[in-house]
Design a protein around this ligand. Structure first.
Ligand code: DGJ
Length: 738
């Protein structure tokens, strides 16, 4: 034993003696928000390293003398942007092959500056240059003071005269020093999105990623939470970091926990099959990676992201979502003008504010869109189904006081279509390989400028068919056997596809700033803060079963705000799950997002119509709190028989509580829900959307300490029963505390 430790000491000494140490720090670069600090340092050799991301540190210069006391075997710090080269032997954020064949990069500090961008927003740019090769990297950090959010990306510049190849070009590196890291991530599949998985990070590299090309969310989501030094997930305590990537294509987030236990997180575009050739003088700008830090558990981390999203990331967060009837599950492909005008009448009669005509309204003759086998790409009105035209339907909806929306899937083409006959070359393919269909369709090549024009023109021409307020933009397949005749380098495909999509969406937004757009992709396949820069909402899942949605919407809420969460009341037995759920539970689930209805109203029972009418009317009284308030997840559906969410308005004068009793529990007390986030004062508690209240104190006034410390005990016993309460502050005087 003694012999071994002597050997270890000798080894350590000899290893250390050949390695430079980095005791001196030349400069400290802080990126601060109100409650968090990201600390980067310039080392004596010019490397820019990561030191800390956590609670706010008022005098960051104290880091100047810091010694990490690392074992001498552990020579390299976590870099601000981990490049492959020098002493670094871990998973890289940046890996480059240079014109001379060199593959090493050692980034060195050039300069940095921090500037105010707007009230409460600061932008820090750190310029780095490789020690040998003609490469510059700008690390950009935008700090949102009040939201405690930092957006970060890299700008990679080829300053040489010859092309270089980026093999890895992630958005950012972030580091953590903790004993353990509880990762919360999402997994799933079609109609099964937003499954929450929690895992203590093992040593080595754990990745979350997607390689589908066109969408981000069925198998996972480019987002996560990390509970630091925690054995279990807590809503209200402990250090939690949440991250989300603004990108709608292949992504990868690598959690690299090394032998010392420290953690380095590289996040960005998935490098798999995606080498990027950067010509002389060109710059590659990576998408933003978004981080938030909370010292008070996951609830605060979510609220930070929701606030940031509403402030800056979402396209027009001020547009109030209309309640709607969508035709899909009520009519599928089988309808005529009368079906639609009847649906509009029925939507109006239950108080809905918009009608959305889903798939099936286009294509003619042999290519009529009467099933998913034909018509995609032929965005002309189906004149046998709807001879009066879209404009007549939109006008009819407007005459009934409803807005009008329409479905398109402009990135796709069926082999059975006019478009495919005219432009087979527009399809993503590789010569000599099988052209594979998914859902009977091909993917159009959005890397091709002609296709980008076509997609823009499709949107434009559909908008001109009538007075259209809303577009549901679908995307029902991913990329296979990729290839594009418009690309010199096929490895550019995945990245260029998303760039092409964003460029079209930007043009559309320029031309149609007010139209609402939903991002849908075989249900919830495209939910990310990239596409949300252009769209107002997302479709969470094709599984509209309210019981199943309880868990999905919980997972969704960890990262994304309810303001963008499409949630529809559908028929029973549910078309996906076959389960039968009571109409009240179905309406109460939909009311915690953007409430819609997706069924044939003619098939609703009188009782269903009565409850939906009441729910829609009452929802209009509190939806502003759901959209713009602070979310407190009081109980998780993953942990017990009850899920409870409280939304509190920013001024804390109103709140709305949703309680979902999901499982049968015999011989137990009925659920008791302790509230959180209220102001000191007295609140009137009123149950909504009910015939007979499940709360003994319905309509009474309660002190906030009663609501927070004892809570509401509710008579909810049967599985899939629910309650919604509106809380209104009647007095804000301080409660006397003995
Ligand atoms: C998939 C979507 O998720 C559905 O809501 C519906 O719009 C269909 N596509 C239509 O084909």
């Amino acid at each position: 034993m003694r012999y071994l430790s002597v050997l270890a000491a000798v080894a350590a000494f000899s290893f250390a003696s050949i390695l430079p140490t980095r005791a001196a720090v030349k400069d400290v670069i802080p990126v601060n928000t109100e409650n968090s600090s990201l600390i980067l340092v310039v080392e004596d050799d010019g490397a820019v390293d990561f030191r800390a991301y956590g609670g706010r540190i008022a005098r960051p210069e104290q880091f100047a003398g810091m010694d990490l006391y690392g074992d001498h075997h552990i020579h390299n710090n976590i870099a601000a942007y981990a490049a492959q080269g020098g002493f670094y032997v871990g998973a890289p954020a940046l890996a480059v092959t240079y014109a001379d064949g060199g593959v090493n990069t050692e980034l060195r500090y050039v300069s940095h500056e921090t500037r105010a961008v707007s009230e409460g927003v600061e932008r820090t740019v750190i310029r780095l240059r490789d020690a040998k090769q003609p490469l510059e990297v700008r690390l950009v950090y935008v700090a949102y003071r009040d939201e405690d959010v930092i957006e970060t990306h890299a700008e990679i510049v080829n300053t040489g005269r010859k092309e270089i190849v980026l093999r890895d070009y992630y958005s950012s590196t972030m580091g953590f020093y903790a004993e353990k890291y509880l990762l919360t991530r999402f997994w799933g599949s079609w109609a099964h999105e937003w499954q929450v998985e929690r895992v203590q990070l093992p040593h080595g590299v754990t990745s979350i990623e997607d390689l589908c090309g066109t969408r981000t969310t069925h198998k996972g989501n480019p987002s996560f939470m990390l509970s630091l030094d925690a054995d279990s997930f807590s809503e209200t305590s402990g250090e939690v970091v949440a991250g989300a990537l603004k990108w709608s294509g292949n992504y990868k987030i690598d959690f690299c926990r090394d032998e010392t236990g420290r953690l380095q997180v590289n996040a960005g575009i998935n490098p798999q099959n995606a080498e990027w050739h950067l010509g002389k003088g060109e710059t590659f700008v990576t998408p933003d990676m978004v981080y938030t830090y909370s010292a008070a558990g996951a609830g605060q981390a979510s609220r930070n992201l929701h606030d940031w999203a509403r402030r800056t990331a979402l396209y027009d967060a001020t547009a109030v979502a209309p309640t709607l009837l969508n035709s899909w599950e009520g009519a599928y492909f089988t309808f005529d003008t009368k079906t639609i005008t009847d649906m509009i009448d029925d939507a109006a009669s239950v108080g809905l504010e918009m009608f959305v005509l889903d798939d099936g309204w286009f294509g003619n003759g042999e290519f009529a869109r009467n099933s998913d086998r034909s018509g995609l790409g032929d965005w002309q009105l189906n004149t046998s189904k709807l001879p009066e035209g879209i404009s007549a339907l939109a006008d009819y909806a407007h005459s009934k006081g409803l807005k009008f929306g329409i479905w398109i899937e402009p990135e796709m083409v069926n082999p059975k279509s006019e478009l495919y006959l005219r432009h087979p070359e527009w399809v993503v393919h590789e010569e000599g390989r099988e052209l594979m269909t998914l859902r009977n369709q091909y993917l159009l090549d959005l890397t091709n400028p002609a296709v980008q024009d076509f997609v823009f023109d499709t949107f434009d021409s559909v908008m001109k068919m009538g007075d259209i307020d809303y577009v549901k933009w679908d995307c029902n397949r991913h990329a296979l056997n990729i290839g594009s005749s418009s690309l010199k380098h096929q490895s550019h495909f995945y990245t260029a596809y998303v760039q092409g999509l964003y460029s079209v969406l930007a043009r559309i937004r320029e031309a149609y700033p007010k139209v609402m757009i939903q991002s849908c992709s075989s249900g919830g396949g495209r939910v990310d803060y990239g596409v949300l820069g252009y769209t107002n909402e997302v479709w969470v899942s094709d599984d509209t079963d309210a019981g199943i949605r309880t868990e999905m919407q919980y997972g969704f809420s960890l990262i994304y705000p309810s303001l963008i969460m499409g949630s529809h009341i559908s028929a029973v037995p549910n078309h996906q799950s076959g389960l039968v759920t009571g109409i009240k539970y179905r309406t109460d689930i939909a009311a915690s997002g953007r409430l819609g209805v997706e069924l044939q109203p003619k098939q609703m029972t009188a009782e269903e119509k009565r409850v939906v009418t009441r729910a829609v009317q009452q929802y209009k009284q509190f939806r502003d709190i759901v959209f713009y308030g602070d979310l407190y997840r009081l109980q998780s559906p993953l942990e017990g028989p009850d899920a409870a969410n409280l939304y509190v308005s920013k001024d804390k004068k109103r709140a709305v509580l949703f309680v979902y009793h999901t499982k049968m529990v015999v011989q137990a007390f009925s659920p008791r829900i302790k509230l959180d986030g209220l102001a000191d004062g007295v609140y009137k508690v009123t149950e909504m959307n009910c015939d007979k209240s499940c709360f003994w104190g319905d309509g009474r006034e309660f002190d906030s300490d009663f609501l927070e410390n004892y809570g509401l005990n509710l008579k909810l016993r049967n599985p899939l029963t629910s309650a919604v309460f509106l809380l209104e502050q009647v007095s804000h005087v301080d409660i006397d505390r003995p």
